[in-house]
Design a binder for this molecule. Structure first.
Ligand code: AMP
Length: 416
């Protein structure tokens, strides 16, 4: 095995067994978001690097150290998407969607790339799905997005969900807060990590996202953003919570939740599950009312969330997503029987839409039966010399052991 080419660190194959779970989740995603009136948008896997720098922010972890970027033969600076919102916003602006309709609701699903340190629930190529709603500034839009995220996981029976929510206010209130927070953190500057010391100058709010224990201690007594929100921000936040209360979505207010990306404003939220371990975030999102304008479009309020599929798979009870077992396993012996078996299998698939397995290894009858058992086939149809001569096929119910000989017409009729 020494010299074989292996997959890249931080990437993963979905194995033959795992794709059943992926397909189940993908199908659920498409069905679920349609019920809220969201349509699917697909964007390219790579974009101009500038798009991500401008939207996510130059001093974010993603842009400063995690992007897969390169310069192509035409000297274009390109990057594999580390998330979708930037691309979806680019699509919205480029196609002037605001002129076509005052409201646009969309969802996406696909792979994202970040050069993080791989661990359980953290990959370098991972898969995200999410939603973006463009056009509404009202709190019911926030509540729709948040409840959609929560109900998505509830519908999949994910246990121990914790929805955390906060408001980081408008630009103005955040400027005031930033000053207060910086003043507070400066007293502890020498205790902060090197990264946080840099962020103290560039973007102190980011320090609130810290995963370092001693920094978390310092933050415990830091000023809270909620005390700096203006009347409009407060109103928006409390209205959003009222909507959530009215549809009985449980949440916790976390005054220090700011989320790592530059583009958020007002409502931010995250859903975690304790089943996940250290990488416990299932999804996160928030309002980004300034981003469309900052990327050159007409000012448009917007809100969305992004979620990881690999983390969802860690939290989901995969045993309940059973692999489908064959309706029929065709057992055939001899050239004539093999040809005949092929035809019958084809007819059963076409006429009855059944899941049929043909043996293509010309194994002994015993081995074919063993394989049918391994696959947990519901029935086997046996075709040998005797069956060819009598034109009657043996069909066996693998659960009850009941066995009968039926004409071809009756075999077809046997399956409803
Ligand atoms: P973010 O854009 O960082 O808020 O990510 C949104 C969601 O994507 C997270 O809540 C995770 O479920 C998932 N996610 C983010 N980064 C990774 C990663 N490196 N590996 C696996 N899932 C990820």
């Amino acid at each position: 095995m020494k010299d074989i080419i292996k997959n890249i660190k931080g990437t993963k194959d979905a194995t033959l067994e795992e794709t059943v779970i992926w397909q189940y989740i993908e199908e659920y995603i498409h069905k679920f978001f349609i019920t809220y009136g969201y349509s699917e948008i697909r964007t390219p896997t790579f974009e101009n690097t500038e798009l991500f720098i401008k939207s996510i922010g130059g001093d974010s972890d993603i842009v400063s150290k995690e992007m897969y970027s390169w310069i192509d033969q035409g000297k274009n600076k390109l990057t594999l998407r580390p998330e979708f919102t930037a691309s979806v916003v680019r699509h919205f602006i480029q196609n002037q969607l605001h002129k076509k309709n005052p409201m646009h609701k969309m969802y996406y699903i696909g792979s994202s790339f970040r050069r993080e340190r791989p661990q359980k629930g953290r990959l370098r190529e991972f898969h995200q799905f999410g939603v973006e709603a463009f056009g509404s500034k009202f709190p019911e839009q926030d509540a729709e997005i948040i409840s959609m995220a929560y109900n998505f996981y509830k519908g999949l029976k994910i246990q121990d969900l914790n929805l955390e929510i906060n408001s980081i206010g408008s630009k103005q209130s955040r400027d005031e807060y930033r000053k207060a927070l910086k003043g507070y953190l400066e007293k502890y500057k020498s205790d902060l990590s090197e990264t946080s010391q840099k962020r103290l100058e560039s973007n102190p709010l980011r320090i609130l996202d810290t995963k370092i224990d001693f920094e978390k201690e310092i933050i415990k007594d830091a000023p809270k953003i909620i005390d700096y929100l203006d009347k409009k921000d407060h109103h928006h936040f409390s209205n959003t919570l009222d909507f959530l209360d009215s549809i009985k979505i449980p949440y916790t207010i976390n005054n220090y939740l700011v989320r790592g990306l530059d583009y958020y404003s007002q409502t931010v939220f995250e859903i975690q599950s304790s089943l996940l371990g250290s990488q416990n975030a299932l999804c996160g999102g928030g309002r980004y009312d300034y981003l469309v304008e900052e990327l050159g479009g007409q000012a448009t309020p917007a809100i969305g969330f992004a979620a990881g599929i690999e983390r969802l798979i860690l939290a989901i009870d995969t045993k309940k997503i059973m692999n489908k077992t064959p309706d029929v396993y065709m057992i055939s012996m001899g050239d004539e029987a093999i040809q005949f078996s092929f035809k019958i299998a084809d007819k059963l698939r076409n006429d009855k839409n059944l899941y049929i397995v043909n043996d293509t290894l010309r194994r002994t009858m015993k081995s074919q039966l063993k394989d049918a058992n391994r696959l947990m086939a519901k029935h086997v149809i046996i075709i040998g010399e005797e069956e060819i001569n009598s034109k009657k096929l043996t069909i066996k119910n693998m659960k009850t052991g009941e066995q009968k000989k039926l004409s071809i017409e009756n075999i077809i009729r046997f399956f409803k």
